[in-house]
Design a protein around this ligand. Structure first.
Ligand SMILES: O=C(O)C1=C[C@@H](OP(=O)(O)O)[C@@H](O)[C@H](O)C1
Ligand SMILES: C=C(OP(=O)(O)O)C(=O)O
Length: 441
């Protein structure tokens, strides 16, 4: 993938945030909507698909393996597939860009089809561990060659497995779980995956919507293979991981009152909101309802005084992508926030513990970096001293987190490169602008 030019930006206070906005469609659900539609026989319609680069990587890969995927004039997508087992061998390497979810889920899918695919990614993705999927997928009979240390580029040569497996996962990871369930889709018999701790269940919910036989039994999930998926009309809820940045912005900037409409509130995704509420945030889930098998609500967030909390390691899975912005909220709280059990944050788009510790220190926050967590001492609601230059490290969530910190700082915060934000929330700055302009009007 060709790296886009760095986009240096500065963020400074512009008053309070007010009004109602929407965020992009949930990224996790969007990946799955494209994949499962492409594996159903016939035409599915997807509304509210994420417009970020990560989901575009999934769509490009599924097209390269035979699916027809088109965006209509109304913004909805139509996806036509030829069924589980029908994937074609891609002619060129599959470029996964910056997206771990695309890579790991598609490695699982290719592993149980008689095709060969090469997976490549950008500099960030090429540093991330792939053995967590390569090792169990070799057990089903796939040949997988990774680069040194279990990294990309990787070649997956799949087969239709003869027998189903029971997989006991070593890391609590929805990507690993989903990769193994996807491999199970084209395996005769019942594949079982046992989770060490519950992780986001979007694959299970959506596979069931598409007509697969899938059930949960305690920590085990079982899927019957040789599944026939039926095309669906999927409505993707707004992404709670994108809404998180706006929710924290509204919580820390005095005078703010923001509503984020149509946000997914799957309990495996709302850990940040629970943590913020425990810190004293004013957050209401209004008008709760269900869309395509996923719970949704409008989130109303008003400024409130925050206090530090101790977050137990069990809290991690339900807010795994939200720690960068949680640390920003902690920087404005009264008192200290302590976190542990976050070793997984070191293998995301960047080492998020190191990136946040370094960046927070550069803008005047007292922070201690431990092996698997941070301790953040808050300002008690006072603006941060700010200044400094933040390195986004090719990580959208680091870039957006420090942009929000800049909205309540004495000196503007500079971020060396906002371009990674395109992967998940292309309209991030425009959305912030609209909330700040409404407040100024
Ligand atoms: O399954 C998914 O869609 C995701 C799972 C999580 O990764 P892990 O499975 O590595 O925890 C999360 O960090 C990622 O953004 C999306
Ligand atoms: C970790 C993330 O995504 P992925 O693993 O798909 O790159 C993220 O979006 O924060």
């Amino acid at each position: 993938m060709t790296a886009s030019a760095a986009l240096r930006r500065t963020f400074a206070p512009r008053g309070s945030l007010r009004g109602t906005v929407r965020v992009p469609g949930d990224k996790s659900i969007s990946h799955r909507a494209i994949m499962f539609s492409a594996l159903a026989v016939g035409e599915s319609r997807i509304e509210g698909l994420s417009d970020g680069g990560d989901v575009a990587s999934t769509a490009a890969a599924m097209r390269a393996m035979g699916a027809r995927i088109e965006r209509g004039p109304d913004g909805a997508w139509t996806v036509s597939g030829a069924g589980v087992g029908s994937l074609l061998q891609p002619e060129a390497a599959l470029d996964m860009g910056n997206s771990g979810t695309s890579t790991r889920l598609l490695m699982g899918l290719v592993a149980s089809h008689p095709i060969r695919a090469t997976f490549v990614g950008d500099a960030s993705l090429s540093r991330r561990p792939m053995n967590r999927v390569a090792v169990p997928l070799r057990r089903i009979g796939a040949r997988i060659e990774t680069s040194e240390g279990g990294r990309l580029p990787a070649i997956v040569e799949g087969i239709v497995p003869a027998l189903p497996q029971s997989h006991r996962m070593e890391v609590a990871s929805a990507q690993v779980k989903s990769a193994l369930l996807l491999a199970g889709l084209n395996t005769p018999g019942v594949t079982e995956v046992i989770e060490p701790a519950p992780t986001r269940d979007h694959s299970e919910r959506m596979l069931s919507l598409f007509g697969a036989e899938i059930e949960r039994d305690g920590p085990a999930i079982r899927i019957r293979g040789e599944a026939e998926l039926r095309p669906q009309h999927v409505i993707v809820p707004g992404d709670p991981s994108a809404a998180a940045f706006l929710a924290v912005a509204a919580s820390i900037v005095p005078g703010s009152d923001v509503t984020i409409a149509d946000v997914g509130i799957n309990p495996r995704r709302t850990g940040l909101y629970d943590a913020l509420k425990a810190m004293g945030a004013d957050i209401a889930f209004e008008n709760p309802r269900e869309l395509s098998g996923e719970p949704v609500a409008d989130l109303r967030v008003r400024h409130a005084a925050l206090r530090g909390v101790d977050l137990p390691p069990e809290a991690a899975a339900d807010m795994i992508d939200e720690f960068p912005i949680l640390f920003v909220a902690a920087a404005f709280a009264e008192g200290t926030t302590r976190t542990t059990g976050l070793a997984e944050l070191r293998v995301k788009e960047s080492d998020r513990l190191a990136a946040m510790a370094e960046g927070l220190a550069a803008i005047g926050v007292r922070v201690e970096e431990g092996e698997d967590g941070l301790v953040v001492h808050g300002s008690g609601g006072e603006p941060l001293s700010g200044g400094g230059e933040i390195s986004a490290r090719l990580d959208h969530r680091i870039a957006m987190s420090f942009a929000i910190a800049g909205l309540h700082a004495r000196k503007a915060i500079a971020i060396d490169d906002m371009s990674p934000v395109e992967t998940s929330f292309p309209a991030f700055e425009a959305t912030l602008d609209s909330l700040l302009e409404k407040a100024a009007a």
